[in-house]
Design a protein around this ligand. Sequence first.
Ligand code: GLC
Length: 484
Amino acid sequence: MSSMTEFPVLFIGDEHKKEKVKQILSPLVLTKSQQQEVSSVFLDEMRLGLASSPERKSSLLMENTFIPELPDGTENGEYLALDLGGTNFRVMYVKMKDGSITEEIVDYYHVPEERRLGPGAELFDYLAECLGNFIKKRKLGGRNLQLGFTFSFPMTQKSLDVGILLSWTKSFNCPGVVGEDAVKMLSDAIQKHGGLDITVTAVLNDTTGTLVQGAYMDKRCALGMILGTGSNGCYIEKVENIEKWHGKHQEAEMIVDIEWGAFGDNGVLDFIKTSWDRAVDSKSLLVKSFTFGKYFAGKYLGDLYREILLTLSKEGLFCSGNIGKLDTQGAITTTDVSNIERDNMQGDSETTRKVIEGVGLTCDEEDLYIAQYVAGLISYRGVLLVSLLTSILLVRMERPHCTVAIDGSLFQYHPRFRPLMERLIAEFAPGRPFNLLLVHDGSGKGSALAASIAERLQKRLGKGKANPLGGGSSQGVPHPSPQI
Ligand code: GLC
């Protein structure tokens, strides 16, 4: 039985084999000095990402989300939310009264592969078609509805309702969208569809939605995070630190979308990259991108695990050197890795055996221990990396207490994530009290809340203007209150 907060231990009797396995896997163990290096590289990339004329390009986007305030309890009205980022997308209707969500309706739609990889215009037509179905089915026609669009990809935002796609990530790669405004594409598709009175007033990332939803649940929330298929974080930054946002600004603070999935795409994290990370990358849809995400995110953890077992088999150290389906991409999933970790935590090996036998291998007890050890090592490394980044943000924000809102299957189902994050963050950021808050549906509800924030800002800062916070200059704009 293993504790999920301790460093994994390999329980096998054969000392020679044990040493050999540990030695092969040693690149997965981050030394103290490598951990320090990750932290200082992250800080430096953040600095460069916020700078107005950086000496080199940062791998961190550090994007201004144009959300300068959080739910304040005055939210009233009906809003729509559309949440696109994975193989399923959601359309949501949310009704709010005095800051509380009083009604919510959500429908899920599948985004088939041909839509995720086909022409962009067709993807947006499909979104408008689903929106149309939703409005009809839920009898929501006959009034104008404002929509918050969660578009969980790297964007450059020009205002709260303009988001230019920089690159696709995860399982999307539709031609004709990079360099375009996702809001315009969606609005055009809605118009083309006809009969829909919907105005897209806010575009945001899923991490931002998670932070906003987290703040709705707990006012102390200042950090949003996705630990799921993909991974990303956003936090509240002082506007004076966002050097690249030119002009004078009345806003004191702003949510900044870090886009940490791409951390290291410029090579700055190569010092921790193993041959297995390279193998996972080379077989991925978008090679040489999403470096940090590929170290642990749900889309990759299963394949990373499989690549490592494959090496051990080829070395004759696992399952008598047989490889079964270990050379087949997708043969082991991240859910399998989570289940193996749970098995280990409970002192069991039945699930582990099922997974290994499921890839056509016959295993003995030592193989099962090795399988559990490898799952522990890669999971530990992932949690460690996320915890290092989280701690840096906590220290930077200097809040008396910070609630960290987290959405995503990895955090929800992987048994090591929450307890180990709690231990490591406390160790890396002493004196910075925090709590981890699981936020369901942050990217959906958070998006509807963002639409209501957009409406509030518009009313306060100037009616009629498409977006008063846009254009990189909000000079003369009254100080929005309350600030985040
Ligand atoms: C990818 C996207 C990012 C998103 C994350 C989690 O990293 O680029 O925008 O927040 O996945 O879904």
